[in-house]
Ligand binder design. Sequence first.
Ligand code: OAD
Length: 266
Amino acid sequence: MSLPEIPEALIHAVTCAKRIAILTGAGVSAESGIPTFRDALTGLWEQYDPAELATPEAFARQPDVVTEWYDHRRQMVLNCEPNDGHRAIVALTDLIEENGGAVTLITQNVDRLHQRAGSRIVYELHGCLLNWRCSNCGEQAVENGPAFETYPPICVACGGHRRPGVVWFGEMLPSDALAGAVAAAEQCDLFMSIGTSGLVEPAASLARLASAANAQVVEINPEPTPLTREATWSIAASAGVALSALVEAVRSDGWASPGEVDKLTG
Ligand code: OAD
């Protein structure tokens, strides 16, 4: 596959940035074989609307259906591997850090593939599909094993219904992750929005927050989104291909020396 062209000005922005914030969405995991959130309902699940399954009301009404769907996704995630996009984010982070800068990774994904690729600190805005907790007593456990035997899975401590540790529509985001994400967006020189449709708040507003604080914004997505026209650069390519090309371009273009970075960013 031919590599997308990476604008010189973007390479320059990356090499000069002291702080980069990266927001990822389901598109980053698409090349690992995980369907995006809005494409997730195929086969048996075709009849359901994902936005309607991902609610506390759906869980209260049909705990069997909701937990089986999430367990099906959990099994899929456990059988997938991180892809070039996840790995390129790790490589980019290492490059920036070696040059004295910092990268904050924020994700809407619940699949833990960034961590499995080697990203150390990740703000998970929508929780994690592998953490399950009792909706009654709150007992928590990481679930890395085979499919549950019953739906909903039952809490051994109290007999309550267990649920995935993801954030559903209408629920609060984890306050630490959200605060970290907002601070990163407000303080970055470059904001990268990768593989997200930009339809779900508050994640969708992070790019605008960064832009309002004078950061440059790059979007990587094969399809246009509401952010496309507002971004400084928009790269219409898959995350794995575009991020690999970006890392390659940054490496081969000659990195600005730390002294030069100081001069350029004041
Ligand atoms: P979506 O499923 O809404 O959007 C996925 C985006 O990825 C789309 O814009 C695709 O064009 C793009 N895409 C597909 N393949 C790609 C690839 N190979 N490389 C790059 N981009 C690609 O997923 P999100 O935007 O992540 O929240 O959705 C955000 C939130 O909506 C989810 O976390 C979920 C859902 O509501 C909750 O469940 C609370």
